[in-house]
Design a protein around this ligand. Structure first.
Ligand SMILES: [Zn+2]
Length: 254
């Protein structure tokens, strides 16, 4: 088989006739042939630009950024950050929620901090987040309600201020932001980050939000680089938080 041949047939062909037989669904029912063809083209284009790219990558990864984002398909971290494979370590779930009992997320965090020594942990929320919108309402969605309960808890902590926002879309945007803040603080409070700071490792936790309508990423002002920063953020009450948000919106209008 010629590896660089980008025909549909090639994309369906197994690399080894013994171990990698094609799935019966490939190429027809789910358009998987197109995905494999795209992959061949992508691999070829990268090797044309940088022949040793994959060989170098196979020797290890040294990402500086650990990204915790939403699973939403419209928020692809590598693409919107314009980073190549190997440059961003990632954990994604519905509505970028970080919970101190989530062993999956914490294991990824520990690997990122202790082994990869990332320098930036970016928690990224996004406007138009379906998970946050669902948590804002009262409708039940089944199993996922258990996950959304984490966001609902944040909502209840800030309910008085959220209810002052009459516009439903703006209220949802506010919950996207404070849900992101909550995840930032949960990461920063974790024993993993605290231990890193205590041993002098330089690592910051940053809250960002992605605007799907404009394709733009913005900082949210939740930036935690050490235990003192964390203590300051933890002292901020709900009224102060929403006041700061209002001031920020006014400044953006200028
Ligand atoms: Zn989302």
């Amino acid at each position: 088989m010629e590896e660089d041949d980008d025909s549909d047939d090639d994309a369906c062909c197994p690399r080894s006739p013994v171990t990698l037989g094609p799935s019966p669904s490939i190429g027809h029912e789910h358009g998987l042939a197109r995905l494999l063809k795209n992959n061949r083209k992508w691999s070829k284009a990268i090797r044309e630009r940088q022949p040793d790219f994959f060989e170098k990558g196979s020797k290890g990864q040294q990402p500086k950024v650990f990204w915790i984002g939403c699973s939403d398909s419209r928020v692809p971290e590598n693409e919107l950050l314009q980073l190549a494979p190997g440059e961003v370590f990632t954990h994604r779930n519905i509505a970028n929620v970080v919970v101190s009992t989530d062993l999956n997320c914490l294991s990824v965090l520990q690997y990122a901090v202790d082994v990869l020594k990332v320098e930036h942990v970016v928690v990224c929320g996004h406007y138009g987040c379906g998970g946050v919108a669902a948590a804002l309402g009262d409708q039940s969605y089944g199993l996922i309600d258990h996950w959304l309960a984490n966001i609902k808890e944040v909502k209840h902590q800030h309910l008085l201020n959220l209810e002052k926002i009459r516009d439903q879309e703006d209220r949802c945007r506010a919950l996207v932001e404070i849900n992101c803040r909550n995840s930032v603080l949960t990461v920063a409070k974790s024993p993993i980050i605290r231990a890193a700071w205590e041993r002098g490792q330089s690592i910051e936790v940053i809250g960002m939000v992605y605007d799907i309508q404009r394709g733009l990423l913005s900082e949210l002002g939740y930036h935690v680089s050490n235990a003192d920063d964390l203590a300051c953020h933890l002292k901020v009450n709900s009224n102060e938080l929403f006041e700061a948000r209002k001031e920020c919106a006014e400044l953006q209008k200028l």
